[in-house]
Each structure stands twice: as C-alpha cells, then as structure tokens.
Design a protein around this ligand. Structure first.
Ligand SMILES: [Cu+2]
Length: 146
C-alpha cells in the first residue's frame, strides 16, 4: 500500500516535470549552459528562427551574476536585414555590439530599449556581445544555416 502511493506520486511528479519542459520551450528553443561563439563563451539562453521577419525583440539581461542575451542565437537567411529591438531588462547598463563594429556599438540604459539594424552574413555566423559584460558570457550570434 505504502509503495503504491509513492509510485503514483512519482508518476505525477514526472508528468509535471514534462509539462514544465514543454511550456518553457514554446517561446524559444533550447538554451542552458554556455556555448562557444567565435572567441566568446556565451551564456546560452536559447535560439529563435527569424527568417522572413523584418523586426525582432531580444533581451539584454542579467540575473545575479549571469549576463546574457535572450535568445542567444538568431537563425536567419543569408544577407537578411533585421531591425533588432534590444530591451534592457537587467539592473545595469548594457550594450549591443557586432564583432564587426568599430564604433563601440549601441548602449542600452536600464529599462530602456534601442533598435539596431543588423545584416546577417552570407554564410556561417556573425557574433555580437555587450562590451561591458563580454567576458562574463554576454554574447550571441546571428547564424545562417545552409
Ligand atoms: Cu551587459
């Protein structure tokens, strides 16, 4: 009798964990841990497919000591241009810089947002980062598949 009750509890627990996993993946795919982007080790907060879109929102954020862009990977098409609205949801000043930028990129004040026009590469990936927290994993990529 006792083991039967615990067995049922285990099934219910597994089901609720499954449900949580499904709901969290609906807004963006994957994420978790870190990933290598060029010379950066980025905190991975998932990916989004932006092919065919002309605008998209991403978060520049920090939770405690974890600094990140969410989603971290934007998958698009070769040469695609995209107006990215970068929203600072964190507790400090953040920045959006492409690795090809030579002008220091764009700062985004706390609770503020900035629209940045980006162009996807012809192949491979183009990295971006926050110049203030790059060494803490605040980086991401514009990725072209195929
Ligand atoms: Cu930052």
């Amino acid at each position: 009798m006792r083991s039967k009750v615990w067995g049922l509890f285990g099934v219910l627990l597994s089901l609720s964990l499954l449900a949580a996993a499904c709901s969290s993946s609906s807004s963006n795919e994957g994420g978790g841990g870190t990933m290598t982007i060029g010379s950066d080790q980025a905190n991975n907060k998932g990916s989004a497919t932006v092919s065919g879109k002309s605008s998209f929102d991403i978060e520049a954020d920090n939770d405690g000591n974890t600094f990140y862009f969410k989603p971290t990977v934007l998958s698009g098409t070769a040469g695609q241009t995209l107006n990215l609205t970068v929203k600072n949801k964190g507790t400090t000043l953040h920045n959006f810089s492409l690795t090809t930028d030579t002008n220091g990129g764009t700062d985004i004040q706390q609770d503020g947002e900035q629209v940045v026009s980006v162009t996807f590469p012809q192949a491979g990936l183009l990295g971006f980062f926050c110049k203030y927290h790059r060494s803490r994993g605040m980086a991401g990529e514009l990725s072209v598949s195929g």
